[in-house]
Write a protein that binds this ligand. Structure first.
Ligand code: AGP
Length: 604
């Protein structure tokens, strides 16, 4: 995990680095630091703080640090607890080289031992510090050559930012397995883990590929492969504005992102056909099995996708947690499509499972991601995008509904290519889908109503979420949303499975959220609600407008507009996101940066 940023140019580097770190805080936020090259005395000043970026900002407030070259880091601890010593940047013994690192050096213990034998003393418990010492140990008149030498010794995944007093006119960025981009400005250049960190200064970006090194000077950017060969790389221009990554009048990013869903769902519907779908579907129309791998919320999207793909395209689908899939003896062949779903496209479990699958089986791979140019998108044979812009809140919201849209359209198109759905039927379904953004708009109007419900249940110790069929994954997702931001224990369960165990938990203190729209399984869900009521459980139901029976049987009802059965998941999740948001904020929790979590999990 972690986020890194580096700047070289005409401005004072400190505010630029702090701005970049704030944009990257979603990648980790347990400690942060900066390293600045001070020109006059040609020395590196390092300042670090435990806590969030604002703690570092306050700490730096009265310090007069000036310089035009620097690197910075926001950390999510892997090796060693969040302490000042373990925070980055790490500096070499003589103070001549400073580095920031995102990733894991797998052979660091071995390297550390060798360096200790040579007399090096370690200040931190991190895997990163070995790199700083190795660079100093190997340095002979050329920093870039030294970097080439050192990376030969490193095993693992890393993105690095390096500055040195030996060559104070440059920053070196290295990418292997962890994301790194270059922002190309006028008389100034930047490196960062993600695009929002540089947007204030430039919108022209180079996405580094794995095993590439960038050498940034004030007026130039050079890219090299790990083999030493210089490369020509294209810049691309980012069209979204930095304000998209700001809160835009909402209290939290999560709230803003929930309310953006009419737009992001709409953009994703229209964006779908602008992608290279012809090539994708003609290449995969003969597959006989699909394996979906993903984590967390993306996994839940995959579970909904299974229903659609099997229903319309009649291809069997398995959905697996990426972290589980990779370590079992899975069966794949050339007729299998492996579909990796990931908002960030950087989740290590998903990426490595996909890479493993390709290597071992030759199965075709398709990535469904939100972040353009992300690792997963580049490592897969095909890619489909959601069109959400950056999602900053740790809890995925708008990207979930957008993933559902893509999976729905994917299943319909695959059905069409397999001769199972007529053009006319596709058009009809597409028309119904186009109506969903305005349906979500209606649900968002219930915000205050849901807040009132939240007041009544915010002190519950546990929650159950129930759903059936295509709405069962929505129960899982509703429970995940609540637990990750409110820290209340919550479980998602198939409603029909309740009587096989979980019903024992129900008493008058247990709120049970039931996703119960008027679909083909409605009557069955109604019986399950009766079972909860008979044991005095408190029922909060999500029901279709006009459903009077649900009002009679539930303690609380959140009504949603009627849509076609198969489209309910894109709508029923919205009130559950709002419920989780209000319960968590009423409890005073930090919903955008919940404890122990980071937005993008780039470690296994
Ligand atoms: C979602 O609310 C979570 N924070 C988390 O489960 C997330 O969905 C998971 O880590 C996968 O991330 P990805 O979609 O970027 O791969």
């Amino acid at each position: 995990m972690c986020g890194i940023v580096g700047y070289i140019g005409k401005r004072n580097v400190v505010p630029v680095l702090l701005y970049g770190l704030q944009r990257l805080e979603y990648r980790g936020y347990d400690s942060a630091g900066i390293a600045v090259l001070e020109k006059e005395e040609n020395r590196i000043i390092v300042e670090k703080q435990v806590g969030k970026i604002r703690d570092l900002q306050e700490y730096l407030w009265n310090k007069k640090i000036e310089g035009h070259v620097g690197i910075a880091h926001t950390r999510w601890a892997t090796h060693g607890p969040p302490t000042i010593e373990n925070a980055h940047p790490h500096i070499s013994r003589k103070g001549t080289i400073a580095i920031v690192h995102n990733g894991i050096i797998e052979n660091y213990l071995e390297l550390r031992k060798e360096l200790i034998e040579k007399g090096y003393k370690f200040r931190s418990e991190t895997d990163t510090e070995v790199i700083a010492h190795l660079l100093e140990e190997e340095y002979e008149e050329n920093l870039l050559k030294t970097v080439f030498k050192v990376i030969e010794k490193l095993e693992g995944a890393y993105a690095l930012g390096i500055i040195s007093t030996y060559e104070p006119d440059k920053i070196i960025g290295v990418r292997k397995g962890s994301p790194l981009i270059v922002g190309v400005g006028k008389g100034e250049n930047l490196i960062a883990s993600d695009i929002p960190a540089v947007l204030e200064y430039t919108k022209d970006i180079i996405a580094l590929d794995d095993e590439e090194i960038s050498v940034l000077k004030k007026d130039s950017v050079e890219i090299y492969g790990f083999n030493g060969a210089k490369k020509e790389k294209k810049t691309f221009h980012v069209t979204w504005d930095v304000s998209i990554a700001e809160k835009g009048g909402f209290k939290h990013f999560m709230q803003k992102e929930i309310h953006e869903q009419p737009r992001t769902v709409g953009d994703t519907i229209t964006g779908f056909s602008s992608q290279d779908i012809e090539n994708l579907f003609s290449s995969i129309k003969d597959i006989n099995r699909i394996v979906i791998i993903a984590c967390g919320t993306s996994f839940h999207a995959g579970l909904v996708g299974k229903f659609w793909i099997e229903k319309f395209a009649r291809v069997p689908v398995e959905v697996d947690y990426a972290s589980e899939f990779r370590y079992r003896d899975y069966i794949l062949n050339r007729k299998t499509l492996v579909l990796g779903i990931s908002q960030s496209g950087e989740t290590a479990d998903t990426r490595f499972a996909m890479l493993d699958a390709t290597k071992k089986s030759g199965a075709k791979t398709l990535a469904l991601v939100n972040v353009v140019g992300s690792s997963l998108s580049r490592e897969s044979d095909f890619v489909l995008y959601t069109y959400c812009g950056p999602e900053i809140g740790v809890a995925a919201t708008k990207t979930f509904t957008a993933q559902l849209v893509v999976l729905y359209l994917f299943s319909l198109k695959l059905a069409q290519y397999r001769g199972l759905l007529s053009e006319e039927d596709f058009k009809q379904k597409y028309k119904e889908l186009l109506h969903i953004p305005s349906v979500i708009e209606e649900v968002l109007k219930k915000d205050d109503e849901i807040k009132n419900i939240s007041y009544r249940y915010m002190n519950a110790k546990d929650f159950l979420f129930l759903g059936r069929g295509i709405n069962y994954p929505i129960a899982l997702e509703g429970a995940l949303k609540l637990k990750e931001i409110s820290y209340i224990h919550a479980e998602g369960y198939p409603a029909g499975e309740m009587k096989h165990g979980p019903i024992a938990l129900i008493d008058e203190n247990m709120p049970v959220v039931v996703v119960s729209p008027k679909d083909s399984l409605y009557e069955k869900t109604l019986s399950n609600i009766q079972e909860v009521k008979a044991r005095k459980g408190k029922v909060i139901s999500v029901a279709t407008d006009g459903d009077k029976s649900m009002k009679e049987i539930s303690d609380e009802v959140i009504y949603i507009p009627e849509v076609k059965d198969e489209l309910y998941p894109i709508v029923t999740i919205v009130p559950l996101q709002i419920l989780a948001y209000h319960i968590a904020t009423l409890l005073g929790k930090d919903v955008d940066q919940p404890r122990n979590l980071a937005k993008t999990v780039t470690v296994e």
